[in-house]
Design a binder for this molecule. Sequence first.
Ligand code: ADP
Length: 490
Amino acid sequence: MILIVDDHAENIFALKKVLEINNFSVDTALSGEEALKKILKNSYALIILDVQMPVIDGFEVAEAISGYSKSKDIPIIFLSAVNTAKKFITQGYAKGGIDYITKPVDTDILLLKVKTFYTLSEQRKELNEMHQTLRNEIDYRTRTQSELNDKVKELRSILESIPQIAFTAKSDGTIEFVNDKWFRYSDLQNDFPETHPKDKDLLKSWEEVIKTGNTLDVEVRLKNPHKNIYRHHLLRAIPVKEDDIIVKWVGTFTDIEEQKRAEIKKDEFISIASHELKTPLTSIKGYMQLLGRSLAKSNNDIALNYLNRTQIQVEKLNLLIADLLDISKIENGKLEFNYKEFELQNMLTNAIDVVQQTQECTIITKGTLNAVILGDENRIEQVIINYLTNAIKYSPKCEEVHVDTSYSDDKKSIIVSVTDFGIGISKELHNNIFKKFYRVEESSNRFQGLGIGLFICAEIINRHGGKYGVNSNPGKGSEFYFTIPIYKQI
Ligand code: ADP
């Protein structure tokens, strides 16, 4: 908007008309005083200012507005009826005015000047806005940078205080900070500690996660260069993201040597104990058979009944010991498989019969298969029996358990699933239950077990090139499944 200031209303009227015809919006003031008030309130792109006015003349107005920060940059065209005497013009410029026109006003020249100033003023406004945006951006960046620096300082002091070896790295994997404990295993900040030659190559794993952006979770033995000994450590490194972009990595090496030793001792104990238990148990079973025969001859039904019950319990003991033995074999890589061709359907029917004989819960089967598998029949049967006994065990008041068989979409595998309607398992525990010795805590007191059955099943299925898993909801029941490649169709 343009402000015209003149003490003669008729001058204002004429100028206003000319400007409005040319699409300028115009405001007016009849005195210097009124002009100053308006300039303070509104924002103008240009002021056309009559020099000769009573009380406050044009130059005084110009001087006053050059003192306000809001208006100091508004261009001014002075109008004077007197003359173009040099001293007026220079006085005009000295007060911050930009141009000068004498009365009577030549409207063409005035319009030309107004247009130029107006455009200039608009451009200046834009420039100012851009400048302001840039300023805001710089302020924002400076602020976030200093916040980031604070966070980095805080993170580093935390990393210094923890018992682990800790480090941070840039997004490209270059190490930028290490805590004091780092130097127990490495002499240089930029070099990862040396690992055991038989362990995973640390640098390779590191480069891989830097590329993929995944979390790194790996067990390695770190060499203590001063004592020349290795200790087991768990390296865990996670990416720190901002707006979904990795900005840095934070990693720790946790010393798990004691835990590892305890684990090895425990495995040794399980291995020895299960072997030692197996021998007397085999003798017990043999003597029980002899006893059974002799009781049958003497028709001692009561004693035979007790003997049968004893046999069931001995069989349970036998299975427990067999599971423990399997665990040690898996640990030592000695779980052997006797691969042969067999019909899955026959084996499934037998396994279901075996379980059904000792259980009241009804096992309902769906689907028939005409496929031959290449695998260890006893071991696959072990998986099915384990799934079935679990399904019944973890379903108090069990009425039904379903066994479904089907072909995978690509028809290359068979899917076997065992569904119960028992206590179920929360989703976040689904991955854990196939781990060694894992038992769901809330139900572990109500149901007996060692937490190794599913671990062995997982190993068996893996070794047969199949997949396993569970779908389950607490209170609704569970579906345990596994797949196994078809060797040939019949
Ligand atoms: P165990 O039954 O001897 O504890 P498993 O390895 O067979 O060991 O099972 C591991 C854990 O998984 C169990 O302790 C139990 O918490 C859970 N689980 C297994 N099968 C089922 C099931 N059908 N329903 C609910 N929970 C189950």
